[in-house]
Design a protein around this ligand. Structure first.
Ligand code: AMP
Length: 176
């Protein structure tokens, strides 16, 4: 199945010059959604990976991350925008392709030494993923995998998370 045909590109959203990759057109297709999740799971399963927690980014990351957590028999941990999580948190600021932002994670979300998969919908400059990695590692977790549905490879986001097992399903090697 050609999954990249299921992604809709919306020019100049949310800012002039950004080619926004809209994954809702893939998510609403039952076959494509299942296919995408199965491929992401397969990548890590065939390496015999085990995860205690799947950590996902607000908000689109949650859609994929919770399903991956279920598939890996792992717990699910949300990274949320500041002020949304009710208990004690730690915070990390970061920059994305088109914004400056911050995430918080509950201090007790991850136990020392736990194996973690970080999941986001899309890798652009890698700032978001790096913030996720930093938060997990500050809590003593071990990031054993990073998964995304889409990667804009020409923005070289992987360089920000060198040394980690990064898997993306649909790659764009140029702005289009
Ligand atoms: P970055 O931190 O630059 O890797 O940006 C990744 C985050 O920003 C992801 O959570 C995406 O949802 C969002 N994002 C950045 N660029 C785009 C884009 N061109 N299309 C859709 N989402 C994007």
């Amino acid at each position: 199945m050609n999954l990249d045909e299921k992604i809709r590109t919306v020019p100049n959203f949310p800012k002039e010059g950004i080619m926004f990759k809209d994954i809702t057109t893939l998510l609403k297709d039952s076959v494509a959604f299942r296919n995408a999740i199965d491929s992401m799971v397969e990548h890590f399963m065939k390496k015999d990976m085990h995860f205690d927690k799947v950590v996902s980014t607000e908000a689109r990351g949650f859609i994929l991350g919770s399903v991956l957590a279920y598939e890996f028999h792992a717990g699910f941990v949300p990274l949320r925008k500041p002020g949304k999580l009710p208990a004690e948190t730690i915070k990390q600021e970061f920059e994305t392709e088109y914004s400056t932002d911050a995430f918080e994670i509950h201090k007790d979300a991850i136990e020392e030494g736990e194996s973690v998969l970080i999941c986001d919908d899309l890798i652009a400059t890698g700032g978001t993923l790096k913030a996720g990695v930093d938060l997990v590692e500050k809590l003593g977790g071990k990031v054993n995998g990073i998964a995304a549905l889409v990667e804009l490879t020409f923005l070289k986001g992987r360089d920000k998370v060198k040394g980690y097992d990064v898997f993306s399903l649909i790659k764009y090697d140029e702005e289009k």
